[in-house]
Every structure is written in structure tokens, then in C-alpha cells.
Design a protein around this ligand. Structure first.
Ligand code: AVI
Length: 332
């Protein structure tokens, strides 16, 4: 199995002791950090949905526009009877566009850690697409999981990984995920990935520092969650949302900055903060089409096509599994 941090998006069912361990471990490290996957409790998931509608947060709108504009072309990559496997399916708004454009898809397999949600979404999809077989899989898609027998028996499998969730992985984890996806999808597989592109820092900084302060609430909600679930006593008035574009590493970094020297208790441990010290809560890597293609090539995928919006803010890229996997490098 690939060594990956777990999915940055889904998580409500992560066991409490793992949460406690990861948080205490991260807060005792230097510099302090907490994995981004812990943003997504109920409130965090709702705040993320609000983020996707913000005027400054362009990625979701751009990706939907690209999907709508090129749906017919993208759908040609999904042959009759193929299984469409979505990694981290969530509310499957984006998959619906593909399902509409490719009526001959054999079956749709949404994979998400939150089993309840994908069952609910699957029931709605079955009403809207009565011809379609929908077989949800409740699993952490970054770990080994079994596809339903019907998907294994399909002529081929097409992976779908939208939303630039790949950008929340460290680059070596992203390569590990792509390799892992190839193993799950199997021979002659195709993969459609949505990725946020490198662009002027002002645009990026605005997207993660919205005027309404929803991204700040999303970031600070992590402390609320720690207080509630791990008996923490963080004073939210004493921390501030920081998000900035790190040009050298092509990533937005999100942090929670301590406004003063202070202590907080978490799961029985005392954590000390210097004034200005931060907890690093998320990286959101931005790619060029070439860089993502190179990463995918190294993980055994051959680039087929890339669709961008007119401003080149976002890209949807299609790949095909190469016959031979390149050798594994040490970092993966
Ligand atoms: C889920 N992920 C792709 C989002 C992103 O843009 O990296 C999460 C997010 N963080 C702050 N705003 C949105």
C-alpha cells in the first residue's frame, strides 16, 4: 500500500484516538501543524461548501465551467459500459455533468469515507439517472479498497478526481496517490483529474482571504473541533487566520497564528505558544499542466489531454495508464 497521509478532505469518522494522537503529535512538533483532513467535521464541511460559492474562490466555478464546456469531449474518454470511479465523491455535483454527457457509462462508483452521505447521494442519483447502476463504496480512497465485482468486470475503469484535492497532498503523496489509483483501476484505465493552476499571487491570496471571512472561520473551526472533541481550551479570540502564497513552493499555506504568548490544553497535554507562533493547518499546491503531467508520467500515466479555462486558472487533465509502470522512487 502506498504510504500516504489520509485524504485531506473527508473524515468525520476518523477514530477519536487517531485524532487525539495526530493533534497532540502535531502540536508538540516544531513547527506546529495539524493535518488538513481534520477541517471537515459537520461545520467544517458546511463552511467548505460556502467557500466554494465565494466570489474570491474561483476553483469550483472554473472547474464546473470547464466540465460543462467540454463535457462531450471528456465523455469520449469513457467508453460504453465503462465504470466511472470517483475518488472522494462527496456531493457528486461534478460527476453529474459527466454522467449526463456519457449516457452509456455502465456504472458509477462513488468512493468516500462518509458512507452515510454517499448512500444518500446515490439514492438521489438513481432517481435522476434510472438507467445507471450506482454502487457506492465507503472507504478511505487513499488506502487499499476493493472495487465492486461489477466494476472489476467492466471493460475498463475511468477514475475521476476533481476539485484540486490532489493539491492538498504533498507532491510525493500526490505521486503516490496516482500510482495507487492506477493499481485500483487496473489495465487500460483512464483518469480525469482537476487541478488548480499557478497564477498571480493576488488572485491566490484573495481566494484564501475572502472579505466575508468564511475561510478564516473554516480555519478557526479546527480549534473549535479540538476543544469539543479533545477537551481542548483554545481561546479562539487569541488566534488568527493566516493564508499566503508561498511562491517558491507554489502553494497556499494556511496557518493559525497565536496573537500572544499563551498556553492551551489538549487531550490532557499543555501546549505553549510564543506570540506570533503558528499552527500550519493546510497546504494547497498549485501546478502547471506540465508539472502535473510529469508527476503523472512518473506514476505510470500517459497524458492524453488538458482542458483549461480561458484565464488558465484551472485545468482538467486526462491520462491513460501506461502499459509499464515506471520504477518506484525512494520518496514514494
Ligand atoms: C479541498 N481543497 C481543494 C481546498 C483548497 O482550495 O485547497 C480546501 C480549502 N482550503 C481553504 N479554502 C479551500
Amino acid at each position: 500500500m502506498v504510504a500516504l497521509a489520509r485524504s485531506p478532505r473527508p473524515l468525520p469518522q476518523v477514530a477519536d484516538d487517531t485524532f487525539a494522537f495526530d493533534v497532540v503529535d502535531g502540536l508538540q512538533a516544531t513547527p506546529k501543524r495539524v493535518p488538513a483532513k481534520y477541517f471537515y467535521d459537520d461545520t467544517g464541511s458546511q463552511l467548505f461548501e460556502r467557500i466554494t460559492d465565494l466570489p474570491e474562490y474561483y476553483p469550483t466555478r472554473c472547474e464546473m465551467r470547464i466540465l460543462r464546456a467540454h463535457a462531450a469531449e471528456i465523455a469520449k474518454l469513457i467508453p460504453d459500459g465503462a465504470a466511472l470511479v470517483e475518488f472522494g465523491a462527496g456531493a457528486n455535483k461534478k460527476a453529474r455533468i459527466l454522467l449526463q454527457a456519457a449516457p452509456n457509462i455502465g456504472l458509477y462508483v462513488p468512493v468516500d469515507i462518509c458512507g452515510e452521505m454517499i448512500e444518500r447521494e446515490a439514492a438521489e442519483l438513481r432517481l435522476d439517472f434510472p438507467q445507471l447502476t450506482v454502487l457506492p463504496v465507503a472507504a478511505d480512497f487513499t488506502q487499499a479498497f476493493d472495487l465492486p465485482a461489477e466494476a472489476k468486470a467492466a471493460p475498463l475503469r475511468v477514475g475521476f478526481f476533481p476539485g484540486s484535492t490532489i493539491g492538498n497532498f504533498e507532491p510525493h503523496e500526490a505521486a503516490g496517490f496516482l500510482r495507487h489509483a492506477g493499481k485500483i483501476l487496473g489495465a487500460r484505465a483512464r483518469l480525469i483529474v482537476g487541478v488548480d493552476l499557478i497564477k498571480p499571487a493576488e488572485v491566490l491570496n484573495a481566494a484564501y482571504n475572502d472579505a466575508e471571512g468564511i475561510t478564516a472561520q473554516f480555519n478557526l473551526n479546527l480549534l473549535t473541533r479540538i476543544n469539543r472533541e479533545l477537551g481542548g481550551n483554545f481561546n479562539l479570540d487569541c488566534f488568527e487566520h493566516h493564508a499566503f502564497y508561498n511562491r517558491e513552493r507554489h502553494r497556499i499555506e494556511m496557518h493559525l497564528a497565536s496573537l500572544k504568548r499563551q498556553k492551551a490544553k489538549v487531550a490532557g497535554e499543555t501546549i505553549e505558544f510564543r506570540a506570533g507562533e503558528t499552527i500550519h493547518t493546510e497546504n494547497s499546491y498549485k501546478y502547471s499542466t506540465e508539472k502535473l503531467a510529469a508527476l503523472a508520467r512518473g506514476a505510470g500515466w500517459r497524458p492524453l489531454h488538458a482542458w483549461n479555462d480561458e484565464r488558465k486558472y484551472f485545468s482538467i487533465q486526462a491520462f491513460e495508464l501506461a502499459d509499464e509502470m515506471p520504477p518506484l522512487r525512494a520518496a514514494e
